[in-house]
Design a binder for this molecule. Structure first.
Ligand SMILES: C[S@@+](CC[C@H](N)C(=O)[O-])C[C@H]1O[C@@H](n2cnc3c(N)ncnc32)[C@H](O)[C@@H]1O
Length: 304
């Protein structure tokens, strides 16, 4: 399959990483809610970079406090595409990685944990269970082998190539900061902050505080909401992804904050198969996913 830049420019691009909490599937819903013209876009909790990679802006800043992730994206942004692909295929050969060779996977995982080559993280993920990123308390990658399921297959290669080609067309910057250490002071009214933090009322690999990452708790949530208020006071637009309800739990902290400051709730449709899906059922069965904005989007999503 040949990939042309022209084609990629008009296509929604998927992260090469199967990222927990990745927003790829809901991009058709959230992208139209963003401001039409953006100078600098800040993807404050970039994760798999699914959102920032698809936004039109003069500059995109991808931030995440997970250093290994940011190192990977920085490398594929700077490095020549062929060198990246060659590195991956050489490593697969060198370590004899395959869909069935568990010993090879474990040897390579040990090697990565000692050497930390940013591209090797991708190779490891290609063969790991569900292609997921998981580190333990001592920051060692510890996801198990994706036996009979995971490999660097043609689809993965194609997605990676497409992503890199698109990334190279972007004026991108990568930062590895805790969200509260980011310098928001220089932002102007035509800049835009998108926040997709770990959700307080759900659990994910990155928010239980036990995987070598900072945990997410009420204190973090309050700090973030305070930062968003400050942006609002400075006339900087923001959008916050979150869930208000999840499996019977409600995020009262978030709901009270939205009501107190009069922010806009844009509801995200979860069930794609049935567009007549009732709110009542949706709340009972799963979560109420939202995009909170400090502006009224041009074409607000309606609660169907
Ligand atoms: C829901 S994921 C983002 C997914 C991303 N929007 C995507 O579509 O691929 C949340 C991210 O926040 C990062 N994170 C967690 N705590 C953080 C903190 N205190 N500061 C910055 N990033 C943090 C995690 O490493 C994770 O990558």
């Amino acid at each position: 399959m040949s990939i042309t830049e022209v084609k990629i420019r008009n296509e929604i691009i998927k992260s090469p990483l199967n990222y927990i909490g990745g927003k790829y599937k809901i991009l058709p819903q959230i992208l139209p809610l963003f401001p039409k013209s953006i100078n600098t876009f800040i993807d404050l909790f970039a994760g798999g970079c699914n959102v920032g990679i698809n936004v039109k802006a003069n500059k995109i800043i991808f931030n995440d406090n997970l250093i290994y992730l940011i190192d990977f994206f920085k490398t594929i942004h700077q490095q020549n595409l062929d060198i990246t692909i060659n590195h991956i295929t050489n490593r697969i050969e060198e370590f004899n990685l395959s869909i069935t060779n568990e010993t090879a996977y474990k040897n390579f995982r040990d090697f990565y944990n000692e050497t930390r080559n940013p591209l090797d993280l991708f190779v490891l993920i290609a063969y790991s269970f569900n292609h997921q990123i998981r580190f333990n308390n001592s920051h060692k990658f510890n996801n198990p082998f994706g036996k009979n399921r995971s490999s660097f297959n043609a689809t993965m290669k194609y997605n990676l190539e497409k992503f890199i080609i698109k990334l190279k067309t972007i004026n991108a910057e990568f930062t590895n900061l805790n969200f509260d250490k980011f310098d928001f002071n220089s932002l102007k009214s035509n800049d835009f902050v998108y926040a997709d933090p770990p959700y307080l009322i759900t659990t994910g690999t990155y928010n239980d505080g036990k995987r070598g990452f900072t945990g997410w708790n009420e204190q973090e949530e309050k700090k973030l909401l305070q930062i968003l208020n400050e942006l609002n006071n400075n006339n900087v637009k923001f959008a916050l992804s979150n869930v208000i309800k999840h499996k019977g739990k409600t995020n009262h902290l978030l709901l009270d904050w939205i009501r107190e400051f009069g922010y806009t709730i844009n509801y995200i449709k979860k069930n794609y198969a049935n567009s007549n899906y009732q709110t009542k059922n949706r709340e009972k069965n799963g979560s109420l996913e939202v995009l909170i904005t400090n502006y009224k989007p041009y074409k607000p999503a309606t609660l169907f």
